[in-house]
Write a protein that binds this ligand. Structure first.
Ligand code: URA
Length: 252
C-alpha cells in the first residue's frame, strides 16, 4: 500500500507536492470515488486510479541522471518565460524527470534528475541532512574568523539560522579565494547569502557533490546515468522516505 500522492508522483503525473494539490482539488478518483486525502493509502496495482478522468499508468522503472548543469539554465522542467531549462540538456527518457532540488541559474554543477519521488524527498528535506558540497569563488580572502561564522551558523535574511557548515579555504590570491563549503540544507541561494553575510560575496559557484554522489570529471553540460553503486545508495536513501510519518489515515 502506498500514499496516493506518492503513487501519482511515481506515475509521473506531477511532482509529489503538485500531486498533493491535485488530490486536494478533488481531481483524483480511486475505483470511481473522489479521494481528497493525499496520504490515503492504496495498492496502485489493484485499483483504478484516474486524474481528471484519465487512467494513470503505474510503473516502477526509476531513472537517475547526473547532470553537470552549466550557468544560464534554470532548474525547472518548464519555464513559462521560455528560458532554457535543464531538460534541454538531456534526451527524452520516456519518463517524466524532475530535478532533485534547485541550482540557481548562475550556479554550475551536480544536479540529479529522477522520477523517484522518495529519493527526491530524502535528498532535499533538511531533516535527512544529506550534505551538499560546493566550490565557491569569493571576493577577497576570508580569514578563519570569518569562516568560523559559517561553521557556527549565520542568520539568513529569511530569519533562519544556517546549520553548522564544514568550510575550508582551498586557495587564495590577492583579490579572491576558492572556498569549499559543505551544508546539510539547501535553501534558495543559501550559499550566496552565507558568504554575503560574512562580507565575501560569491562570484562563481559550483556544486561538486550530493551525499555520496560525486561529479568528478563530468564535463559542464554533460550527463550520465548513475552507476550501480550510486543507484544502490540512492535506493537506500529513498527507503528512508517514510521516516517520521507516525500516523496514516485509512480511507477504505
Ligand atoms: N546555494 C546557492 O546560493 N545557490 C545554489 O544554486 C545552490 C546553493
Amino acid at each position: 500500500m502506498e500514499r496516493l500522492q506518492k503513487i501519482l508522483a511515481n506515475a509521473d503525473v506531477a511532482s509529489r507536492r503538485a500531486s498533493g494539490e491535485i488530490i486536494k482539488e478533488g481531481r483524483v478518483t480511486v475505483n470511481g470515488k473522489i479521494i481528497r486525502e493525499p496520504g490515503a493509502k492504496f495498492n496502485s496495482f489493484a485499483c483504478e486510479i484516474r486524474v481528471d478522468g484519465q487512467l494513470i499508468h503505474v510503473h516502477d522503472k526509476k531513472i537517475y541522471i547526473m547532470l553537470n548543469k552549466p550557468k544560464g539554465y534554470i532548474s525547472t522542467v518548464y519555464d513559462p518565460q521560455g528560458r532554457r531549462t535543464i531538460l534541454d540538456l538531456v534526451p527524452p527518457m520516456g519518463v517524466r524527470l524532475f530535478p532533485v532540488g534547485r541550482l540557481d541559474q548562475d550556479t554550475e554543477g551536480l544536479l540529479l534528475l529522477t522520477n523517484d519521488g522518495d529519493a527526491t524527498h530524502v535528498l532535499t528535506h533538511p531533516k535527512f541532512e544529506i550534505y551538499k558540497t560546493y566550490l565557491a569563488v569569493v571576493k577577497g580572502v576570508p580569514g578563519e574568523d570569518r569562516l568560523d561564522l559559517l561553521r557556527d551558523g549565520v542568520r539568513l535574511p529569511s530569519g533562519h539560522t544556517s546549520s553548522p557548515a564544514v568550510v575550508r579555504l582551498i586557495k587564495a590570491s590577492g583579490s579572491c579565494a576558492l572556498v569549499e563549503i559543505k551544508i546539510g540544507e539547501g535553501r534558495k541561494r543559501q550559499v550566496r547569502e552565507m558568504f554575503d553575510i560574512i562580507g565575501h560575496p560569491v562570484t562563481s559557484l559550483t556544486r561538486t557533490r550530493l551525499g555520496e554522489l560525486v561529479m568528478g570529471d563530468l564535463e559542464v553540460g554533460s550527463w550520465r546515468h548513475l552507476t550501480q553503486a550510486e543507484e544502490s545508495w540512492i535506493q537506500r536513501m529513498a527507503a528512508r522516505s517514510g521516516e517520521g510519518i507516525t500516523s496514516c489515515k485509512k480511507i477504505l
